[in-house]
Design a protein around this ligand. Structure first.
Ligand code: GLA
Length: 381
C-alpha cells in the first residue's frame, strides 16, 4: 500500500454570472494558477488529524465516528470534515483514520474560493485511500453538498464546478439548471487580474444567505403568476413587470434576470474573437447591477471598478464571487501592465488608506491527483 496520497485543486475567478448559479442560469468562470494541495496518509486506527498551513496553530484531532461541527479557531476544519461527511453519505469514505495536510498558494478570503479548492483537493486525496474514483462533475456535486449541508452555506455549483472542470486558457461554462459543464476558449491576448480589497465582513455568509432567500421568495411569488416557471433566471422581464414584486425582491429578481441575459450574450460573443469590447461592457454592466439592484457591492469594490474603467487596456471589470467585500476582476488586454495596476492600487490607498493586493492569474487546469512523496511520507504531525 502506498504511504500517502496527494491532490491539488485550483481557486476560481467568477468571470460573469453573479448569484446566478443557485438561480438556474448559466455562469462563466476560470480555474486559476493558485491551488490548494492536500496530502493524506492512512492510519490504522479511527483517528483523524487535520493540519492546515494557513492555520498553523491548530491540529484538529477527531475520529471517523465524530464529525461534529467546529467553531471559533477550528472553523476551517469544517471544510475537510464536511467532505468526509459527504464521502460517508456516498459510501465512499476511507475505512480508517488518516492524517491530512493542506497547503496553499492561494490568497485566503479574497473571493477566489479557497474553500471549494480545499474541498476538492481533500476529496481527491481521501478517495484514493480506499481506491475510489469520481468523475469531475460528481466530484463537484459531492463537494457542494459538503458546503451546503455540513458547512451550511447555500452556495450554488459555480466554485466547485469551475475548480473541477478548469482547463488551461479556457473559461468553464456551467448550465446550472441542467448541471452541464463545458469549456470555451478565453479570448487570446487577454489577462485576468484580481484586485483584492482585503475586506471580509463578518456578515458575509449571512448576507449571502439573505440574498439566496430573497431570490427564493421572488421565485415563489412569480410562480403564482406563472406556475411552470422552473427557476428565477428563467423569468422574463415582462413577467417581472406584471408581477410587481415588493422591494427588495423586485430589484434582486431584475439583477438575476438581466444577468442571465448578459451571460447568454457573452457566450455567443465568446465564439467571436472580435467582440471583446462588448464582452467587457457586459462585465461592467454586471457590476453596475450588483451595485444598484443586488446590493452586494461596497464602496471599495465600486472604487476599483470605476478606476479600472478609465484605463484603455481594461476590457471589463466587476466584483467576482459573492460580493460584500472580496475582490474585483479586471479582464484586460495584454497591454495592461504592473504600472497600470499600481496606479489603481495607489489611487485606492489614497482613498481607503491601504493597498489592495493585486494578482495576475492564468486560466488553468482543474483539480487533479498529483504524485505522492512516496515512502518517505509527510512530516509527522
Ligand atoms: C459564491 C458562491 C457561489 C456563487 C457566487 C456568486 O462564490 O459560493 O456559489 O453563488 O458566490 O455568484
Amino acid at each position: 500500500m502506498q504511504d500517502c496520497y496527494s491532490a491539488e485543486a485550483p481557486g476560481r475567478i467568477e468571470f460573469l454570472g453573479n448569484h446566478i448559479d443557485y438561480n438556474g442560469g448559466k455562469v462563466l468562470g476560470a480555474a486559476i494558477n493558485g491551488v490548494v494541495c492536500a496530502l493524506a496518509k492512512p492510519r490504522k486506527d479511527l483517528t483523524i488529524r487535520l493540519f492546515s498551513e494557513s492555520f498553523e496553530n491548530d491540529v484538529v484531532e477527531t475520529s471517523l465516528n465524530d464529525l461534529s461541527f467546529r467553531k471559533g479557531s477550528e472553523f476551517w476544519a469544517n471544510y475537510p470534515l464536511g467532505v468526509l461527511w459527504s464521502l460517508q453519505e456516498a459510501t465512499l469514505a476511507p475505512p480508517s483514520g488518516f492524517e491530512l495536510i493542506l497547503t496553499t498558494d492561494l490568497p485566503l478570503a479574497a473571493g477566489l474560493s479557497s474553500s471549494a479548492a480545499v474541498e476538492l483537493a481533500t476529496a481527491l486525496a481521501l478517495l484514493q485511500l480506499n481506491g475510489n474514483e469520481l468523475g469531475k462533475s460528481d466530484l463537484a456535486r459531492l463537494c457542494r453538498r459538503a458546503e451546503n449541508q455540513f458547512v451550511g452555506l447555500p452556495c450554488g455549483i459555480l466554485d466547485q464546478g469551475v475548480s473541477a472542470h478548469g482547463e488551461k486558457d479556457h473559461l468553464v461554462l456551467i448550465d446550472c439548471e441542467k448541471e452541464n459543464f463545458s469549456t470555451l476558449p478565453l479570448p487570446k491576448d487577454t489577462c485576468l487580474w484580481i484586485f483584492d480589497t482585503g475586506i471580509k465582513h463578518d456578515l458575509v455568509d449571512s448576507l449571502y444567505a439573505t440574498r439566496h432567500s430573497e431570490c427564493k421568495q421572488a421565485l415563489e411569488l412569480l410562480k403564482k403568476k406563472e406556475p411552470d416557471l422552473t427557476c428565477l433566471a428563467a423569468a422574463s422581464e415582462g413577467l417581472l413587470t406584471s408581477a410587481n414584486l415588493p422591494e427588495p425582491l423586485s430589484k434582486r429578481a431584475l439583477h438575476v434576470v438581466k444577468e442571465k441575459t448578459r451571460v447568454d450574450r457573452a457566450i455567443e460573443l465568446l465564439k467571436d474573437d472580435a467582440s471583446r469590447k462588448e464582452i467587457g461592457e457586459l462585465l461592467f454592466a454586471s457590476h453596475d447591477s450588483s451595485r444598484e439592484q443586488f446590493e452586494n457591492s461596497c464602496p471599495e469594490l465600486d472604487f476599483l471598478v470605476d478606476d479600472l474603467r478609465k484605463c484603455p487596456s481594461v476590457l471589463g471589470a466587476r466584483l467576482t464571487g459573492g460580493g460584500f467585500g472580496g475582490a474585483v476582476l479586471a479582464w484586460t488586454h495584454h497591454a495592461f501592465s504592473q504600472t497600470d495596476a499600481k496606479a489603481t492600487a495607489t489611487a485606492f490607498r489614497k482613498t481607503f488608506g491601504k493597498h489592495p493586493k493585486v494578482h495576475r492569474f492564468e486560466a488553468s487546469r482543474g483539480a487533479r491527483i498529483t504524485t505522492t512523496l512516496g515512502e518517505a511520507g509527510p512530516p509527522s504531525l
